[in-house]
Design a protein around this ligand. Structure first.
Ligand SMILES: C[S@@+](CC[C@H](N)C(=O)[O-])C[C@H]1O[C@@H](n2cnc3c(N)ncnc32)[C@H](O)[C@@H]1O
Length: 314
């Protein structure tokens, strides 16, 4: 379970996004098993456990030991109905298998970082707080954002900013970073970014670079791509997978996975007869993604870009 930490902020909470919609989609009932693959501060997990009282079970996974400490305190009252595991969710099937925790009735991934992680300067996630250029969700990971920023050749850094941040000024930014090396703090990186691209536009000039570095440090897209088929394998027939994404790269990945796995044949359109043998494994529940109401967006600005997609195992 979670190791001890210096950054824990027990009074700082994370407001779960699309909370009611997630519960309406997962429809928890007593006696059922659920996995929250990104348990974070435990907000969604608490809702699932309450709705599946008195004996629903929840397996909560998070890469971040500090998040798990917060979840453990919040979910303590549910006693043996919860199991918390510190791991990347890329090990979903193995973790569920080791504990005999499948088939499951619902799986949730609420992707990205939590408000708790953003609020701690020492984690290095936020461009609004000065701290070390870290950005690791799991402190056991080898490479930090500083390693990428200081060690990558300019071209590779520019590619990374373009691919994971969809940053149009990637080349200019990569060159400015290389000229300012070594960079060790978020504050210094923000200064370099503002100098390189100015302050024009609606979004902060550091937004895309920070997103790109965080995705790369934690291999967020690789983990998501790998876990979706695992989730379908451990769901019970009729069980549901719910994914909340916060940027188009994640959302696209989920959308295409759902589309592909909802089809019987995935041969190229010019094939005269099917040779793939592929069979649909899911039904798409959300033809269009669910998004937060204006009221939720106003009360919780972090929810602004959230999109919820849900699929049901056939
Ligand atoms: C948006 S927060 C989840 C908040 C949670 N739903 C709640 O109600 O408090 C995302 C969490 O997922 C974790 N996370 C992101 N990617 C992960 C991965 N690949 N494996 C495990 N945990 C991950 C982060 O550490 C973070 O705590």
């Amino acid at each position: 379970m979670a190791s001890s930490s210096n950054h824990l902020q027990p009074n700082y909470t994370h407001e779960p996004v699309l909370f009611q919609k997630v519960l309406a989609m997962l429809k928890p009932e007593s006696g059922q098993h659920f996995i929250d693959g990104t348990v974070g501060g435990g907000g969604h997990a608490q809702g699932i456990l309450e709705a599946s009282a008195p004996d629903g079970q929840l397996l909560g996974i998070d890469a971040d030991p500090e998040a798990l400490q917060v979840a453990q305190v919040r979910l303590e009252a549910f006693g043996p109905r919860i199991t918390l595991v510190q791991s990347n969710f890329i090990r979903l099937e193995e973790i569920a298998g080791q504990r005999g925790f499948y088939p499951v009735h619902g799986i949730l991934f609420d992707l990205g970082v939590s408000s708790m992680q953003l609020s701690v300067a020492a984690r290095g996630f936020s461009f609004q707080r000065n701290g070390p250029l870290d950005m690791r969700m799991d402190p056991g990971l080898q490479k930090t954002a500083a390693d990428l920023v200081n060690d990558l050749p300019v071209k590779e850094l520019a590619d990374l900013l373009w691919r994971y941040g969809e940053e149009r000024r990637a080349r200019r930014i990569a060159q400015a970073i290389a000229a300012a090396r070594p960079l060790t703090t978020t504050g210094k990186l923000v200064e370099v970014l503002i100098r390189a691209v100015g302050r024009r536009g609606r979004i902060h000039p550091a937004t895309r670079t920070f997103q790109a570095l965080r995705i790369a440090v934690n291999d967020e897209l690789g983990a998501l791509e790998a876990v979706l088929p695992q989730a379908m394998r451990i769901l019970a027939p009729g069980g549901r997978l719910a994914v909340i994404s916060f940027h188009s790269l994640e959302d696209r990945l989920v959308k295409w996975f759902f589309r592909q796995e909802a089809r019987d044949c995935i041969c190229p359109p010019d094939m005269p007869i099917c040779s793939c043998g592929h069979r649909a494994v899911l039904r798409i529940v959300t033809r269009r993604p669910e998004v937060p109401s204006a009221m939720e967006k106003a009360g919780n600005p972090r929810s602004r870009s959230a999109k919820l997609r849900v699929a049901e195992k056939l």
